[in-house]
Write a protein that binds this ligand. Structure first.
Ligand SMILES: Cc1cc2nc3c(=O)[nH]c(=O)nc-3n(C[C@H](O)[C@H](O)[C@H](O)COP(=O)(O)OP(=O)(O)OC[C@H]3O[C@@H](n4cnc5c(N)ncnc54)[C@H](O)[C@@H]3O)c2cc1C
Length: 350
């Protein structure tokens, strides 16, 4: 029998959609992603991007507090046993995601730990296949598969993730480790300019490392960044290695000239921010949903989560290349569940 709602993805958008759909008695099935080495390497394990970070200081409802007792009480003890102990400061990304997952389970969401690898949206009910070989039919689908930050692919980036390496200035810029210290941003597009400009609020100086002699960013963004006295552009340069140690995390970056490739320079820095774009997790869709130029799923009606296929809704970062925050993903997850519920009711498919 076809599922009434299948939610694909397990970040804030997916779990919020699951909470709303479950409370509407739609018994949603959440396909949360598979636990594979490939997903680990590209940062797409179940629970999404937020589970890759430490402190989350901007999700409403979690001021600095000791949540240890609450977490012990709120999360299934079988899962809690394997989670890192609470650090005593606000909420961590993995904690917040486990709480969202548990809340969805409490209302009756069912979970399949698997990846959707193929989907057919050309006929109704929709059908999909998972990596583990399951075939699933669905009357409605919420795509909440998120996006992943692009990194240069250096071993040293991986080594210092959560220890000075980040791909989100808005998320991490205000952390104490970056205050009044030199910081490095890699990239030359609009988002690199935005990240660098934002980081000048915290860092003593922000180096922008760019491989060419001209920025790719729009004129207005580039001019604003270049006029900021805290921003210094390292033209014609690429990052060779992120430097640091286990105690302090990142303490510098070695850059290499793209003109004279023997020429290197070490910059002292407490933070390294990759701003070279994101990749939306849409390959399983095989082009069946309309996307924008960057490959993000397009909402076809303003302020609704409708996609180009009736009965398929999109929420979170997979449909958002602009805000990319946990709270906005959760917000659109709620919208997608309500849109799906109303669409099923209108079609008499509830
Ligand atoms: C290091 C880091 C720190 C961050 N810090 C903050 C912060 O402090 N505050 C904040 O608001 N935001 C932060 N963000 C951004 C925030 O994490 C994202 O905006 C948010 O997680 C997006 O949620 P989402 O639900 O759209 O999807 P995601 O979190 O991207 O999760 C989607 C998940 O769906 C699953 N999936 C993907 N493809 C498939 C498939 N084919 N089949 C089944 N499952 C699939 C995967 O498990 C994937 O991880 C941070 C991001 C990063 C990378």
């Amino acid at each position: 029998m076809a599922e009434r709602v299948v939610i694909i993805g397990s970040g804030p958008a997916g779990w919020t959609a699951a909470i709303y759909a479950a409370r509407a008695s739609l018994e949603p099935l959440v396909i949360e992603g598979a636990i594979t080495e490939e997903n680990r390497q590209q940062g797409t394990l179940p629970l999404g991007q937020l589970a890759l970070t430490t402190e989350v200081e901007n999700f409403p409802g979690f001021p600095v507090a000791d949540l240890a007792a609450y977490l012990d009480n709120a999360i299934d003890p079988k899962k809690r046993r394997y989670m890192a102990p609470h650090a005593g400061q606000g909420v961590s990304g993995p904690e917040l995601m486990e709480l969202m997952r548990q809340q969805a389970v409490n209302f009756g969401a069912r979970i399949l730990t698997d990846d959707v690898v193929e989907i057919d949206l050309s006929s109704h009910p929709f059908s999909m296949k998972t990596l583990g070989g399951e075939q699933i039919e669905a009357l409605s689908v919420i795509v909440a598969t998120g996006a992943r930050a692009n990194y240069l692919g250096l071993k040293s980036e991986e080594r210092f993730k959560n220890a000075g390496v980040s791909a989100c200035a808005v998320c991490d810029g205000a952390l104490p480790r970056f205050r009044d210290k030199p910081l490095v941003v890699v990239g030359g597009g609009d988002s690199a300019m935005e990240e660098a400009t934002f980081l000048t609020k915290f860092g003593s100086v922000v180096y922008v490392v760019h491989r060419r002699d001209k920025l790719r960013a729009s004129k207005i963004m580039a001019e604003r960044a270049l006029a900021n006295e805290k921003i210094r552009v390292k033209w014609n340069s690429v990052v060779d290695e992120v430097l640091g140690n286990e105690t302090d995390g990142v303490n510098g970056v070695r850059i290499r000239s793209t003109v004279d490739t023997d020429e290197t320079e070490e910059l002292e820095a407490a933070g390294y921010f990759a701003a070279i774009g994101h990749t939306p997790n849409t390959s399983f869709l095989s082009g069946q949903l309309e996307t924008n130029k960057k490959g993000y799923v397009v909402w076809t009606t303003p302020a609704r989560t409708y996609t180009s296929v009736e009965g398929v809704f999109a929420a979170g970062d997979v449909a958002d290349d602009y805000y990319r925050q946990a709270v906005t993903a959760a917000g659109t997850g709620c919208m997608a569940a309500l849109d799906a519920e109303r669409w099923l009711a209108a079609k008499g498919l509830e």
